[in-house]
Design a protein around this ligand. Structure first.
Ligand code: NI
Ligand code: MN
Length: 226
């Protein structure tokens, strides 16, 4: 399985059967080397409605016919504008042809910011994907919470966790999150996009290694196989 990072919280996961984009934020993402018009995928998973996670979901869904997987409110909004969607809510999962997607808790706000007077976006979520015998967790935007231990109990092969501080966990809390999640490998996200969330991903990886947590900071455009 291959994971490619586009900066911020945007990733492409390629399984044997599907190409899944997490939190599509390409065109206004200063870190992304790729534009939304160049993305090919089968599914788009959106953790919450904020622009830096949802901005390009509609245009990619409309162009490619990819299915958007998100909470009920985001799916309603996008479906009314022509996107193919599959709505879930935290605690619920569904078995798609390529594997299972389940929404998890995240402690964060959410509103759909694709227009002025943003509508209610439901709750912010994390996402668990099970495919090709592997378990992948994208934490979305979140504070640290101890129920991450329940997510970790399922046995995570890979976890994408925010470390940017200011809007989400910073590095100190993200290290505690790794104690709960215990993934075989973690990839930091939601940092260095703007000054307010400037962090050193490699320094975070070195600190995590001291607690026996393997972390790899990907550069935007970089991929890893796992
Ligand atoms: Ni957010
Ligand atoms: Mn965000």
């Amino acid at each position: 399985m291959r994971l490619t990072y586009f900066g911020h919280s945007t990733f492409l996961l390629e399984t044997s059967q599907a190409r899944i984009v997490f939190d599509p934020f390409f065109d206004d993402n200063p870190a992304s080397p790729t534009k939304a018009k160049d993305i090919a995928c089968d599914y788009l998973v959106v953790s919450h409605g904020h622009n830096d996670h949802c901005a390009d979901a509609l245009q990619i869904a409309q162009r490619t016919g990819a299915t958007v997987i998100a909470n009920y409110e985001i799916c309603e909004y996008l479906a009314q504008r022509g996107a193919k969607t599959h709505d879930l809510n935290p605690g619920g999962g569904f078995n798609f042809p390529f594997g299972r997607v389940k929404l998890t808790l995240a402690f964060h706000t959410s509103s759909i910011e694709l227009e002025k007077n943003p509508p209610y976006g439901g709750t912010a979520c994390g996402v668990l994907v099970t495919a090709d015998g592997k378990q992948i967790y994208h934490a979305g935007d979140t504070a640290l919470f101890s129920d991450m231990a329940l997510i970790g109990r399922t046995g995570l092969d890979l976890a994408m966790i925010p470390i940017g501080d200011n809007y989400t966990m910073g590095p100190d809390d993200a290290l505690l999150a790794l104690d709960y999640l215990r993934p075989k490998l973690a990839v930091p996200m939601h940092y260095n996009t703007w000054k307010k969330i400037a962090q050193d991903g490699d320094a975070f990886a070195r600190r995590a290694a001291l607690s026996n947590h393997p972390v790899r900071a990907l550069k935007p455009g970089e991929s890893l196989e796992f």
